[in-house]
Design a protein around this ligand. Sequence first.
Ligand code: SAJ
Length: 437
Amino acid sequence: MGASTAVVGLGYVGLPLALLAQQKGQEVIGIDYNKTKVKMIQERKSPFIDEEISNLLKRVPLQVTSSYDQIADVNTIVVCVPTPIDEYCMPDLTHVTSACTEIAKHIGRNKKQLIIIESTINPGVCEEAVLPLLEKESHSTCGKDFYLAHCPERINPGDTKWNVSNIPRVVGGYDDTSLRLAMEFYETVIDAPVKPMQSLKEAEAVKVVENSFRDVNIAFVNELAMSFTRLNIDVLNVIDGASTKPFSFMPHFPGVGVGGHCIPVDPYYLIEYARKNGFTHNFLSTARTINSNMPQFTVGRLEDALTSVGKQLQKAKVLVLGLSYKPDVGDLRESPALKVIDILKAAGTEVTAFDPYIDHLDGIQTITRKAGRVEMVLTQVLSEIDALLLVTAHHAFRTLKPKLLAKRGVNVVVDGRNFFDKDEMIAQGIVYRGIGR
Ligand code: SAJ
């Protein structure tokens, strides 16, 4: 039997890693507390929409269970459970601590095992929360009876170029042996550079920094979009212009908001840890405020467009195009669409939603995508609405050309992702509002 590995948490992060490690000769046991998910994987079906995972599951045998019993026999245990935020935007480590509590019941007996945390956590979580819990619950000592490392996950759902095998990684260890063992594990499993960091904290900081970097850059262009709306400047053209600079500029794009399980979440982990240590991240917090306000700004654009055709939000029939937080996936986590729909419902708007990847959302009428092209599915509803509001730039919406929309009787379009051809919309006599254009 080859080196053996347990992967705890079989979601977007854990399942690809488990399948890759299995392919690379590790004897993998996948563990997830969701028995439905375990059953689906046992039946070789992906628990989420992902073509690559679905294909891999058909050809890569993977042992999965809800029990932690077999953990005592593996060499490496990788923790890939969610680290969300609660309703007060505070870090929620309950998945990590409950997984580590279960793991601790089985380690430190037969062999010295390596525990790797891949979940996104703020600096300090490994040393101040995970390590004491593992030692206390296992009655053993880190660095002597077991080893601890952190390797932040970098999965990008829906990305067809970058995947768990080719994305470079960073690793931090509790001590030199922990670091060495973790480096050996990733150098065996992935085909990309692995950079050793000087400490657990540095490795934890890398992830929250790279995602906070993205959040503040998106906030920058969102603020520009709100400003340029008043200055009558097309922000998208300006970003395109700035992008001709071959250095020192990295384009980001304004929109209806920032969703997902990473970008709108990770900054709060750093903000809160720094606050506890006496520092206030004003800049990160301001960026979060700007991005969190974009759903409201977008509804403002809709209200402005409706007013220009003598209508108002109340009683208006609005088709929300897209529910997922990013294109070409079906993932509602922190999706701006949910905030937009809440605002519209509070204003008395009649909302219908369509997302080719999400058939149902509690509380609103959704159109399910039967077979057929999007414009066929939407024929009826397009002729009945007062406005169309695009929230997710799914590629499937590319066939909704301005000419077709005008022909179906659509006369107001609010483009939450600056997805449509503005000039063509206007040429078709459609009242068009973008974000910053
Ligand atoms: N968004 C904007 N403007 C932009 C880019 C994104 O409004 O210019 C919005 C998206 O619509 C979405 C949210 O931000 O609602 C997040 O989009 P994302 O492209 O960052 O997608 P995520 O959340 O899947 O982020 C992942 C992250 N990967 C990991 O954390 C391992 C992130 O670090 C990557 O930078 C990102 O993918 C990526 O580059 O695609």
